[in-house]
Design a protein around this ligand. Structure first.
Ligand SMILES: Nc1ncnc2c1ncn2[C@@H]1O[C@H](COP(=O)(O)OP(=O)(O)OP(=O)(O)O)[C@@H](O)[C@H]1O
Length: 259
């Protein structure tokens, strides 16, 4: 078997990293990592706890800037966005993020979605209404909440709250969505709905998702990257990683021998 197997997808690439490394203080949490993510596909980041998945994911839209030293390149739309001159608030309009625990604002459902577009200058009520409806439809939540837009988002179930957070992220029309274990706080039924939503969202968005759930990775992702102790050992189509891994460590992990 090989030591590493990192493919470059044949599809159009939407975002990539070149030798991206992350240090917390003196500790190297992510070794130089070079990966390219195909447009309108879902890539799963898998690996044992502490292997560097979230560290890598959060670096892609510069969420680690204040807590870590992030070196190397993040190439998005032909620009290295890991540069001090890049406006990170602007960047995060294009690279949105959904976290592990649903974290809606303590505001109405409507306001959760309208908040960022309004903050970024959209004041017209009709335009905001359209954004709210479209985002909720894309996040497969519209039918459940269309009569309750002025109710508190905190009254929604966990699964609905997580789809609301997805709607909130896509209200800014990002091209990339980063998802950090988006289903880990959800029950199996809500997880199923969320997974269907993600697959549907592939038509419009490129997604990169950390997951601990192997079945979830095989169900929803097109590509999979396997992380171990801050290094990516294997990156390939999901079907290859799970049915024909080229690296022994990957094989042991996907067969459940550790992690
Ligand atoms: N804010 C931080 N400060 C210091 N060390 C950190 C910080 N965040 C993560 N680390 C360390 O970096 C390494 C990678 O952590 P990271 O959270 O990226 O792993 P992970 O694969 O996402 O784990 P999990 O699956 O448990 O979320 C770990 O050793 C972790 O302890």
């Amino acid at each position: 078997m090989k030591d590493y197997n990192i493919v470059t997808p044949k599809e159009e690439i939407r975002i990539s990293t070149k030798d991206l490394s992350v240090k917390y203080g003196d500790k190297l949490a992510l070794h130089p990592t070079t990966l390219a993510f195909p447009r309108h596909q879902i890539t799963a980041l898998i690996g044992a706890s502490g292997s560097g998945k979230s560290t890598y994911l959060r670096s892609l839209n510069r969420m680690n800037d204040k807590i870590a030293t992030v070196e190397g390149q993040i190439l998005f739309e032909n620009v290295d966005v890991n540069q001090p001159k890049i406006n990170v608030f602007e960047l995060r309009k294009h690279i949105g993020m959904v976290f592990q625990r649903p974290n809606p604002f303590a505001k109405t459902i409507y306001e959760n979605i309208a908040y960022a577009p309004r903050y970024h200058g959209i004041k017209d009520k009709r335009q905001l209404d359209e954004i709210v409806e479209k985002s909720l439809r894309q996040a497969a939540l519209w039918n459940e909440v269309k009569d309750d837009l002025n109710k508190s988002a905190l009254a929604l179930s966990g699964g609905q709250q997580q789809r609301l957070c997805i709607a909130r992220a896509i209200a800014m029309k990002p091209s990339i969505l980063l998802l950090d274990e988006p289903a880990s706080a959800l029950d199996p039924i809500s997880t199923g709905v969320l997974e269907e939503t993600l697959v549907e969202l592939k038509k419009n968005y490129t997604m990169i998702m950390v997951t601990h759930n192997m079945q979830q990775a095989t169900r929803v992702s097109d590509y999979t990257a396997f992380f171990q102790l801050g290094k990516v050992y294997e990156y390939d189509k999901t079907v290859n990683v799970f049915t024909n891994p080229q690296v022994k460590l990957t094989q042991d992990y996907v067969e459940g021998r550790f992690g």
